[in-house]
Structures are given as C-alpha cells and as structure tokens.
Write a protein that binds this ligand. Structure first.
Ligand code: IMP
Ligand code: MG
Length: 172
C-alpha cells in the first residue's frame, strides 16, 4: 500500500481545524453530527481539538460499495440523531467524493429545524463533485484515487489504519 498522508500530518491538520472551528462556534449551541462509519477516527480526534462545549450525535450513511470503488445507491438513517432544533450543526464525514452523501444529509437534517448547518470532511477528492454543495471545512485535497485508513474502508477493511493509504490495483 502506498502511503498518501501520514498520521503526523493528519494530527497537525486536525488540530488546526479544531482551532478554526473553536473560534467559529464560540458562544454558539453546537452539535457535531458524525456520519458513520467512516467518520469515527476523524470525528474522535476533531471533537477533542474543539475547545468549546458541544454535543455529539451520529447518523448512518452508506452507498453500498462492497467490493466496488464506485458509489451505488445511497441509504441514510437518522434514527440516532439527537434533537438539533435551533442548534448549530456541523456534519462530519471522512471524504467528499461526488458530494451526494453530504448533499442528501444536509437536506435531511434541514427538516429537523437546526439554526445552521455546515459540513466538515477530512478529505476532498478533486474534480469529482456532482452537486453544488462544497464542504465548508476540508483537511486535505487528494487526487481521484481510492483511499483507505483513518476511518475509510475498502469492503469494510482498513478503517483502523492511523494513516491514509492508496490500495494497489492488485488489492482492489
Ligand atoms: P460521495 O457521496 O460520493 O461524496 O461519497 C462519500 C462516501 O463514499 C464517503 O463517506 C465514503 O464512505 C465513500 N468513499 C468515497 N471515496 C472513497 C475512497 O476513496 N475510499 C473509501 N471510501 C470512499
Ligand atoms: Mg462514509
């Protein structure tokens, strides 16, 4: 596996994003909503880098990739979402690829009456967007390659890796 972003670089960037978000949400009623399962590592580090009080919630999204590296049908589950009425919501996902997941989630969460909604991702894949939305906060821009690690999976493997890697064609 080729390493694209080392853990040290992720740590440093997440600290910067946390400081930026702390300024933006100081004095606000923030709820950070993670998109399972890919958000887990990024979210855990990001919330510890945000030094203003906030709540944490999760939703589940899946684009049924399985052994494919291209998106399929999107399914969203907001059953675990806490009450966000009137609150400032920051949706946290691992990667912005076509943008369909985040775009649908913003629409779905809008229905719950939040005060505001913004989005944060660790990675943005260049040149892939199929929607008008762009993430408000993004850690790194990456080329159009299939990445794993730090929450991102291929067929449910590799999520635990502390770095971002690119799988060889022989591994896909
Ligand atoms: P989008 O809806 O096309 O933006 O895709 C977002 C979701 O697809 C992410 O939350 C990931 O779960 C998954 N995804 C997109 N690109 C990759 C990748 O390179 N590796 C692993 N998962 C990916
Ligand atoms: Mg995901």
């Amino acid at each position: 596996m080729r390493r694209l972003i080392e853990h040290d670089a992720i740590e440093k960037r997440v600290t910067e994003l946390g400081a930026e978000l702390s300024e933006q949400y100081r004095g606000r009623e923030l709820t950070v909503v993670g998109v399972l399962t890919g958000c887990m590592l990024f979210m855990a580090d990001l919330v510890r880098a945000i030094d203003v009080p906030h709540r944490i919630g999760v939703v589940h999204a899946s684009s049924y990739r399985g052994r494919s590296t291209r998106p399929g049908e999107l399914s969203l589950d907001t059953k675990l979402l806490p009450d966000i009425r009137g609150r400032d919501v920051l949706i946290v996902d691992d990667i912005f690829d076509t943008g369909n997941t985040l775009s649908h989630l913003v629409d779905a969460l809008q229905a719950a009456g939040p005060g505001s909604i913004r989005t944060a991702v660790l990675l943005t894949k260049e040149g892939r967007a199929e929607v008008d939305l762009r993430p408000d906060i993004s850690g790194f821009s990456i080329p159009d390659v299939f990445v794993v690690g730090y929450g991102l999976d291929y067929n449910d493997d590799y999520r635990h890796l502390p770095f971002i890697g690119v799988l060889d064609d022989s591994e896909l």
